[in-house]
Design a protein around this ligand. Structure first.
Ligand code: COA
Length: 260
């Protein structure tokens, strides 16, 4: 019996690993609850700047809902599970840190929806993706229909949701479902950390302001979004880090940001 989900800290980066390789890191009730607990713990820690979500083993990021557990669930329990996806996983895009899915293998159904809940996505070259739910007589129920349509547009979203077909990493990248593909599975974590180093080490106030402003673009009409951006800029303008960056530029040195 594993701990279901492991949490590791590397300075400003939190690495969250779903650890059920024997079930392809599928999302059981307890796994979703544990992810929620970890999210709440991380949200209380202002030193976290980046959260990497990944799966243990080489085969799966996450194979979606735990179908063995699902077989024994009543309809009421399934409804509770759908609510839990939202309440326990939403922190991935509502916290002050950026979340990135490092997809090390299959990301199917709820597994792909989990990756879609993150702000960013990187994958190993052999990773595969799909939303097979309609083939199981249901639809994606962890935000998948909404997030995939926003991310890659209605037409490609319909293709994936209605056919349930699988994509490889190359196609996922070309559709904009992925931000990037790592050179090899072994280099997935290193590539993720290197890619996000500017975020992990950058000016905290500006990073948080930028994250919240871009996220706001998803939900606000343009006029309100522009107001939101203006307020976010104001927080940077009033920061000592902004003065330090200008000073460092004139002194031809690297800025030392303090998050003030
Ligand atoms: N829930 C629970 N267990 C799962 C699972 C899931 N979603 N996906 C895989 N497993 C289990 C298998 O039952 C198997 O366990 P067992 O040997 O005790 O029976 C183990 O993980 C390995 O799976 P297996 O199918 O033998 O490996 P594979 O490499 O041939 O295929 C998958 C891997 C993920 C492609 C395949 O298991 C699959 O299609 N799973 C279902 C994925 C899915 O439809 N998810 C969407 C749910 S809405």
């Amino acid at each position: 019996m594993t701990d279901l989900v492991r949490l590791e800290r590397r300075r400003t980066v939190a690495i969250v690993t779903i650890d059920r390789p024997e079930r392809m890191n599928a999302l059981s009730w307890a796994t979703v609850q544990r992810l929620g607990e970890i999210g709440r713990e991380l949200a209380l820690d202002p030193t976290v700047r980046v959260c990497v979500l990944t799966g243990s083993g080489e085969k799966a990021f996450c194979a979606g809902a735990d179908l063995k557990e699902r077989q024994g669930m009543s309809r009421g329990q399934v409804r509770e599970m759908l609510d839990a996806y939202r309440s326990e996983l939403g922190w991935l895009t509502s916290s002050d840190f950026v979340s990135v899915a490092a997809i090390n293998g299959v990301a199917l159904g709820g597994g792909l929806e989990l990756a879609l809940t993150c702000d960013l996505r990187i994958a190993a070259p052999g990773a595969t993706f799909g939303l097979p739910e309609t083939g199981l007589g249901i639809i994606p129920g962890a935000g998948g229909t909404q997030r995939i349509a926003r991310l890659i547009g209605e037409s490609f979203a319909l293709d994936l949701v209605l056919t349930g077909r699988r994509l490889d990493a190359g196609e996922a990248l070309s559709l904009g479902l992925l931000n990037r593909v790592a050179p090899s599975a072994d280099l997935l974590m290193d590539s993720t950390l290197k890619w996000l180093e500017p975020v992990a080490e950058g000016a905290p106030i500006a990073q948080r302001a930028a994250l919240s402003a871009v996220r706001a673009a998803q939900r606000l009409p343009l006029d309100q979004g522009l107001d939101f951006e203006r307020e976010a800029y104001e927080r940077c303008l009033n920061s000592r880090d902004r003065d330090e960056a200008l000073l460092a530029l004139s002194e031809k040195r690297k800025p030392r940001f303090q998050g003030k």
